[in-house]
Design a protein around this ligand. Sequence first.
Ligand SMILES: Cc1ncc(C[n+]2csc(CCOP(=O)(O)OP(=O)(O)O)c2C)c(N)n1
Ligand SMILES: [Mg+2]
Length: 319
Amino acid sequence: MEKEAYLDLYYQMVLIRRVEEVASQLYQQGKIGGFLHLYIGQEAVSTGLISARKPQDRVITAYRDHGVAINCGIPAKEVLAELLGKATGVSKGKGGSMHMADVSKNFWGGHAVVGAHLPIASGLALGDLYQGNDTVTICMFGDGASNIGYFHEALNLSKVWNLPVLWVCENNQYGMGTAVERASAVSEIRQKALGYDIPNSRVDGMDLIAVREAALDTIQKIRQGEGPYLVEAVTYRYRGHSMGDPERYRKAEEVKKWEENDPIGIYMRFLIAHKIAVESELDEIEARVETEVEEAVQFAESSPEPAPQALFEHVYVEG
Ligand SMILES: Cc1ncc(C[n+]2csc(CCOP(=O)(O)OP(=O)(O)O)c2C)c(N)n1
Ligand SMILES: [Mg+2]
């Protein structure tokens, strides 16, 4: 990678962090309706992963999707406008936090029903295989989703049909308030891939470079026709499951311990240790992010709401 590309990944991670910190404030001011699930702490997973995709590769995820959207090239102002329900949002203000999507950037959403997007990922990959496209589908989901039937159907068929899918489990240790050990028969989610004869590995999800290298390697194998692969990225969410989570299921010390492994800090130290950047360059990036986020908030707040007529657009009616 060129220096610029390394620095751009730093930009993306800091941008996700700042957009979500601001989103959390806007939520507390009552400006965001519905749920808001923050990705803070998990930024290295999607940033590393998506840095390894080619533009034709598809990305699909669950409801913790703001960071994934940004990594897929959705401008921060469209993410914030969507959160505020504005017509200029990435989903025209009708999707909100959990339903961001822009298929022109091969970002296939943003899905609220736990696990329901895994069969969709298999379907996307089947379509690509059938049409002979040189395309890999990257499907991200949580540890909790691996306990749901959809996960098992989708993995099974992906192997039976040798589909070009990279399954990525973001094991952030909890599904809502339930720890992995309490809900899953195996604590390493990657073990579930064994039941479907799908090769798999575990990676440190706090380390952008480790995630990126795992993704580069596995995406290449999948592209060559080797069939599906499952990567488990071990990570942690620093905030509650969604806004208003009292977090009675974990101790503040546990969160603190993981915060010492902040993915942005790890990547910053990597850039400096490898002499890719000096601190002042990273400060400058942080300042640029600050300006972009300020402008994005202004854009979102001053944007119009969808027109009443928009209620009748993009509605699927049979017949
Ligand atoms: C089918 C279904 N069941 C239950 C829920 C409620 N629910 C929302 S998020 C969630 C936990 C999912 O945890 P995980 O897959 O680990 O994702 P994370 O929130 O940790 O990113 C649950 C049970 C839902 N949205 N859909
Ligand atoms: Mg989880």
